[in-house]
Write a protein that binds this ligand. Sequence first.
Ligand SMILES: *[C@@H]1O[C@H](CO)[C@@H](O)[C@H](O)[C@H]1NC(C)=O
Ligand SMILES: *[C@@H]1O[C@H](CO)[C@@H](O)[C@H](O)[C@H]1NC(C)=O
Ligand SMILES: *[C@@H]1O[C@H](CO)[C@@H](O)[C@H](O)[C@H]1NC(C)=O
Ligand SMILES: *[C@@H]1O[C@H](CO)[C@@H](O)[C@H](O)[C@H]1NC(C)=O
Ligand SMILES: *[C@@H]1O[C@H](CO)[C@@H](O)[C@H](O)[C@H]1NC(C)=O
Ligand SMILES: *[C@@H]1O[C@H](CO)[C@@H](O)[C@H](O)[C@H]1NC(C)=O
Ligand SMILES: *[C@H]1O[C@@H](CO)[C@H](O)[C@@H](O)[C@@H]1NC(C)=O
Length: 576
Amino acid sequence: MNFCTLLSLLLGFFSCSLFVNNGLVAVQALHKVYPELQSLENNDTEIKQLYRTGFHFQPHRHWMNDPNGPFYFKGIYHLFYQYNPEGAVWGNIVWAHSVSRDLINWKSLKPALSPSKPFDINGCWSGSATVLPGFKPVILYTGIDSQNRQVQNYAIPANLSDPLLIEWVKPDNNPIVEPGTEVNASAFRDPSTAWLSFNGHWKTIIGSRSEQTGMAYLYRSKDFLNWTKAEQPLHSVPNTGMWECPDFYPVVRFGRFGLDASVTGNWVKHVLKVSLDLTRYEYYTVGKYYPTTDKYVPDNTSADGWNGLRYDYGNFYASKSFYDPMRKRRVLWGWANESDSVQDDVSKGWAGIQAIPRTVWLDPNGKQLLQWPIMELNRLRWKRVMMIHQELVKGQNIEIKGITAAQADVEVIFSFSSLDKAEAFDPSWVDAQAVCSQFGSTAQGGVGPFGLLTLASENLEEFTPVFFRIFKAEQNHVVLMCSDARSSSLKDGLYKPTFAGFVDIDLSSKKLLLRSLIDHSVIESFGGGGKTCITSRVYPTKAVFEDAHLHVFNNGTETITVEYLGAWSMRSACVN
Ligand SMILES: *[C@@H]1O[C@H](CO)[C@@H](O)[C@H](O)[C@H]1NC(C)=O
Ligand SMILES: *[C@@H]1O[C@H](CO)[C@@H](O)[C@H](O)[C@H]1NC(C)=O
Ligand SMILES: *[C@@H]1O[C@H](CO)[C@@H](O)[C@H](O)[C@H]1NC(C)=O
Ligand SMILES: *[C@@H]1O[C@H](CO)[C@@H](O)[C@H](O)[C@H]1NC(C)=O
Ligand SMILES: *[C@@H]1O[C@H](CO)[C@@H](O)[C@H](O)[C@H]1NC(C)=O
Ligand SMILES: *[C@@H]1O[C@H](CO)[C@@H](O)[C@H](O)[C@H]1NC(C)=O
Ligand SMILES: *[C@H]1O[C@@H](CO)[C@H](O)[C@@H](O)[C@@H]1NC(C)=O
């Protein structure tokens, strides 16, 4: 009996087959249309799927983008996602639907929403779920109507007694929100989870733009059906372009537990995240929400624009969080698109994965969020190897043997005895990615670069380094974290960025933590205990399956000690 069969017995309704890991790869901007590729079936079942992931969420085949409407209902987690049922490029978009008991193993159901009515005949685009009092889930989503306008619709379960909520109904009184004359009907989408005000009014926000000002329009309703636009948007920022997938939620000032979207009070702060269509990355601010006036004001510690904080400095977009009442936490989903070509996607027959769901909470410093893979992931950990108190002198590179390095979870605590050798930081270096391109893993330094070489081929023709480098600025030290795809593959025609972010961390303990989840074509890294996260998509040609290797390295003058390293082979999850 394989693991998945066993699991399906344990979980009751799950029946899943274990497919071989596989793949060739690809990507493009959302909403770009490839008429001739819309419904290309990949007939070649023999293609060796080098790049298919073992424990990330992805459909059995074809195109996936945004995660939609995640929620928890009576013991089951629901995830919907933007899906092309007919091919590996964007198009024919429906809301595909999967269910899980642990957010890791998933069973795919039939699509919940497909274009069929005048109010969504040209597309069922992204949206959110809200669980109304009395355990009544409602989906709000953007329909592309018969005049190609973006309108907001709702859908409800056909049968609340069905534990899986398989059937969804789109009532005929849709759409419930139309752009009207003031709002640009081509830039009006992605309604958020609604929250309930002290006065019994529901509120939701919808992404938009006016000229180049990105904004989140606010709508109010007493009954969830009749929505009225507030005079002022909840928030707007000039020169940020179209805001997609706005997400707005409270976080406790101190502690890890999550809150339902409707909670307000002096003991909470709020987070507003938007996805910038122009650059295809997201940023968030931490701030204060005034429920009586419906204004949101970011704290002065949060940059509010292009240089804002990001959940993830790599391939991570259209993210959406939800409150999990079962485990009292806020869980974040995000789409990690491909970095290969459209042709690669067509040949491998699929495109798009979801990053591992993350628990998010406010850093005790109040200035940023912390993120960590949900604890359920640890159940896939299998064989472990450890390294304790290992010194790494300049240029040293040690292989971590004995695990499946192409499908692994690695946690490391690095330490150093002094920061005296840290190189000077130039205050003009505001763009972490540019600094990382300049100082890659091979550019020897003072304190660092040190970190992991993931998905490395035997002779290091291919490797993706995930590493830190510490600089000395006027007042403090600056920690740079990089996930550098430049040497990740010998294959041409791939997007190989040097993703990077700064880590706002207190170094007085002289320690730095790194965790990386490695899964064939994705590396998700969490620096400083979840302060800075970077997801890279990579497509090695040699460092595949058992030919992939993992190393720990130091290329700085200061000796680095691996205080602890735990690396696990990861089992495959049962995914769709
Ligand atoms: C798949 O294979 C079948 C049978 O060989 C063929 O009829 C069909 O056209 C193929 N589909 C595509 C999209 O190539
Ligand atoms: C609703 O679901 C329950 C549980 O699956 C089932 O017994 C019942 O027949 C369903 N009702 C309808 C109208 O389909
Ligand atoms: C409306 O939005 C679309 C899509 O973002 C854009 O192309 C168009 O210029 C906008 N129209 C106006 C009047 O701003
Ligand atoms: C919808 O709500 C608005 C504002 O509360 C109200 O003026 C209007 O009469 C309502 N429309 C309907 C059809 O109930
Ligand atoms: C930021 O806001 C806090 C109060 O919230 C205030 O004490 C502080 O002076 C402000 N800092 C700046 C630079 O404006
Ligand atoms: C360390 O730097 C040297 C010299 O630039 C380089 O040859 C080597 O590959 C680097 N080591 C790693 C692990 O990047
Ligand atoms: C993911 O793919 C890369 C490479 O094609 C693009 O540069 C990104 O813009 C794209 N990201 C999104 C969110 O579409």
